[in-house]
Design a protein around this ligand. Structure first.
Ligand SMILES: Cc1cc2nc3c(=O)[nH]c(=O)nc-3n(C[C@H](O)[C@H](O)[C@H](O)COP(=O)(O)OP(=O)(O)OC[C@H]3O[C@@H](n4cnc5c(N)ncnc54)[C@H](O)[C@@H]3O)c2cc1C
Length: 453
């Protein structure tokens, strides 16, 4: 708990009603994300909430909120769209939920790069970019709700990562503006790769982002494709061929084992219980060659799918990445998922090992992406959940088979598999958040916990 009894009254006094909201139902809602995908996190986090929501309308107002928090030693949890999966925005020690969604302006758009305020939704950025015949290099499947800063501080990659890699790949995030949590907050600009890494996927622990400059892509009129395969291996092999062929321009390659795609209710007519599916976004000029390639894998290319998607105003991204899990959980409320990086050379063998041991208790879901220039299968398999012990058994088997797990059943940053730059994040935290008020409890580092009352 914050270390001052009447801080909330003082905060209400200090800020306009439009900025500070203490309505309990609202504060509770704004203290939650999609952690409930995990039965473990659900149990741990469902009773944790902030004390108020502060939604600054300007950067100066945001600095005033942070100054107030520093003076009174009140925890602050920055929040974007609240679409994270690991309870990243759940305040473990109460305090202020810092809603950044009113900082939502495009600051500058040039050919090839753009600067936007932290709380601008990625969907709005994408729409704005179309006016200059540009688009985001990549975005999460939640892009209509999630914000630029929420993605940078909480995400990894998404639709477009097969071409451009992830947030950490050089040249994607160019510059960040960060505000510190001190009595007199400072504004920092960081540009260098090793400096940027202190804020990417940092859960907001090391500073509050107020602006980001990112690299943009030239707009392509992507074609959506859905291809069905009677055999999962054939679907995987085909998807790999498309992924590694640099002559095929693509934005998405998403593979689902049967019967995962039957839960995609808006496009269920294109799925069957027996077939694996591959969803793609392809440059129109390469659609014919992809169709030809699919025919060599005994696949069924759904010709009417692009038209169906178009006339029904659907988005193929809604059936990829962690939306696959979301659709499945709608119908199978007890199930859950994992995140794993399979080996690009042995992934078929790793899939076989999992299927041999767990059968349909583990349902394979891959997206092909680039990491530091190498094409790799990233996966979010659905797990038919039984118990924590059984889940751990499955995680152990992933390790045994050499599949790197980013555990989505923990709210601790380093235990989610992202442990290689936690030291740098903590260095920045020490400099920018001397009272350790930012998102307390989300790292197991003693330095972080010690100062929280
Ligand atoms: C259905 C579904 C699909 C998803 N698909 C993808 C995907 O394709 N790729 C992917 O990477 N992720 C995915 N995610 C996870 C999540 O949607 C993304 O990471 C998203 O970009 C988070 O953005 P947000 O604005 O909702 O962030 P929030 O959930 O609000 O916040 C995420 C983290 O960022 C911090 N933060 C927010 N704003 C700031 C700020 N201004 N300064 C400092 N820290 C800040 C928060 O404290 C929190 O730790 C998915 C989640 C769901 C539920």
């Amino acid at each position: 708990m914050p270390n001052s009894d009447n801080w909330l009254d003082e905060m209400i006094e200090a800020f306009e009603a439009e900025v500070v909201n203490v309505r309990q139902a609202y504060v509770k809602r704004m203290s939650q994300d999609y952690y409930w995908y995990s039965p473990i996190l659900k149990r741990q986090l469902e009773s944790h909430f902030g004390d108020c929501v502060a939604a600054p309308r300007t950067e100066q107002e945001l600095m005033n909120v942070l100054s107030f928090a520093a003076k009174r030693k009140i925890p602050v949890v920055p929040r974007g769209g609240g679409t994270g999966n690991y309870g990243q925005i759940v305040p473990l020690y109460g305090g202020i939920v810092l809603d950044t969604s009113k900082l939502n302006q495009a600051i500058e758009i040039k050919e090839g790069e753009g600067t936007f305020q932290a709380g601008m939704k990625l969907g709005m950025i994408e729409k704005t970019l179309h006016e200059s015949d540009q688009e985001l290099r990549f975005f999460p499947s939640t892009f209509m709700k999630s914000t630029l800063a929420g993605f940078i501080a909480g995400g990894t990659g998404g639709i477009g990562s097969i071409e451009y890699g992830t947030l950490w790949d050089e040249g994607n995030v160019l510059e960040l503006t960060i505000v510190t949590v001190e009595e007199t907050p400072r504004k920092l600009k960081v540009k260098k790769k090793e400096e940027l890494a202190k804020y990417i996927h940092s859960y907001g622990l090391s500073g509050v982002l107020t602006e980001a400059k990112i690299t943009l892509a030239k707009k392509t009129n992507w074609n959506d494709m859905l291809i069905r395969f009677a055999d999962l291996d054939q679907a995987l092999l085909f998807s790999e061929k498309v992924a590694i062929n640099s002559n095929i321009k693509k934005r998405l390659i998403s593979v689902c084992e049967a019967p995962l795609s039957t839960s995609f209710s808006p496009i269920e007519r294109y799925t069957t219980k027996e077939d694996a599916t591959v969803l793609l976004q392809i440059d129109p000029s390469h659609q014919e060659s992809v169709t030809k390639l699919a025919s060599t894998y005994k696949a069924n290319v759904e010709d009417t799918f692009p038209h169906y998607i178009h006339i029904n105003k659907l988005r193929v991204s809604d059936f990829s990445w962690n939306h696959v899990t979301l659709w499945w959980l709608k119908q199978h409320t007890k199930d859950t998922y994992l995140q794993g990086r399979f080996h690009p050379d042995h992934y078929l063998e790793q899939v076989k090992q999992l299927k041999d041991r767990f059968g349909d208790k583990v349902l394979i879901h891959f997206e092909w992406i680039k990491v530091k220039g190498a094409v790799v299968p990233s996966s979010q398999p659905v797990i038919r959940y039984h118990s924590p012990a059984r889940l751990q058994e499955i995680i152990d088997a992933f390790h045994e088979f050499g599949i790197k797990v980013s555990n989505p059943h923990t709210y601790l940053l380093e235990e989610g598999g992202k442990d290689d730059w936690i030291d740098q994040i903590c260095v920045a935290k020490g400099e920018n958040d001397p009272y350790s008020l930012l998102n307390p409890g989300k790292t197991k580092r003693r330095a972080n916990k010690k100062q929280i009352r």
